[in-house]
Design a protein around this ligand. Structure first.
Ligand code: PGA
Length: 246
């Protein structure tokens, strides 16, 4: 299976020019890589999807979030069909920053269903804890529950989806400490997830950067990364991609 590297730009950048430049620089870097081994997905703010779309050819596109609703009177929402119109093939679902804004497991389940029904690939984020201290047993229990609830009513064996293991404390800003998890710990959780949900591709997220990417890439159970802060610097994001492209 190809390694999946997802750039989660979050609420950045602020200008069309910056979005265009960042996307073009990533695209240029991809030209020099063996792209048979990697899938690179850029998830800009939805409003920049049309801009980014015109700046890339090899890089793929994704949404950071979609509505639980497909159409109708839902002010401020963006539907899965709208993001698909702009070429998005992936959607991040259940990011911890959205869970912190009140997104429930039930809403995540609805979104996963909508994404799959539209033939996009969901990237389901799991992980918890604002402190580093949780035991592996507790982490496994919570993560298994989050995935089971996200997939309720869905034939997990027949569908293509990715799970991003992102300990909340490891995320670089906001709720996190800015310290990545230990790569072996992440591989252990990835192995646990894959034993329970064999079809799933498991990637890691949380302060992934150019310095620590190789330690995660060396773990065969970790099949890529979800990159926030470091994906806003094209040269650094490309280093992370290269680490996984060996
Ligand atoms: P980070 O974010 O790489 O900035 O820690 C990852 C994420 O929140 O998806």
């Amino acid at each position: 299976m190809k390694k999946l590297l997802v750039a989660n730009w979050k609420l950045n950048p602020q200008s069309i020019a910056e979005a265009r430049t960042l996307a073009s620089q990533v695209e240029q870097g991809l030209l020099a890589l063996d792209r048979r081994r990697i899938e690179v997905v850029l998830c800009p703010p939805a409003i920049f999807l049309p801009i980014v779309r015109h700046s890339v050819h090899f890089a793929l596109l994704g949404a950071q979030n979609i509505s639980t609703e497909e159409s109708g009177p839902f002010t401020g929402e963006t539907s899965v069909r709208q993001i698909r119109e702009f070429g998005a093939g992936y959607a991040i679902v259940g990011h911890s920053e959205r869970r912190a804004m009140g997104e429930s497991d039930q809403m995540i389940n609805v979104k996963v269903k909508i994404v799959l029904a539209s033939h996009l690939e969901p990237i389901i984020c799991v992980g918890f804890g604002t402190k580093v201290t949780s035991t592996d047993a507790l982490i496994r229990r919570v993560v298994a529950k989050q995935i089971t609830l996200a997939l309720r009513g869905i034939g997990a064996k027949t569908q293509k989806f990715t799970v991003a293991y992102e300990p909340v404390w490891a995320i670089s800003r906001g709720l996190g400490t800015g310290k990545a998890a230990d790569a072996q710990h992440a591989a252990g959780i990835a192995g646990f997830i894959k034993a329970k949900f064999p079809k799933v591709r498991v990637i890691y997220g949380g302060s992934l950067d150019a310095n620590n990417a190789l330690s995660f890439a060396k773990q065969s159970l970790i099949e890529g990364g979800l990159v926030g802060g470091a994906s806003l610097r094209a040269a650094e994001f490309l280093k992370i991609i290269r680490a996984f492209a060996f």
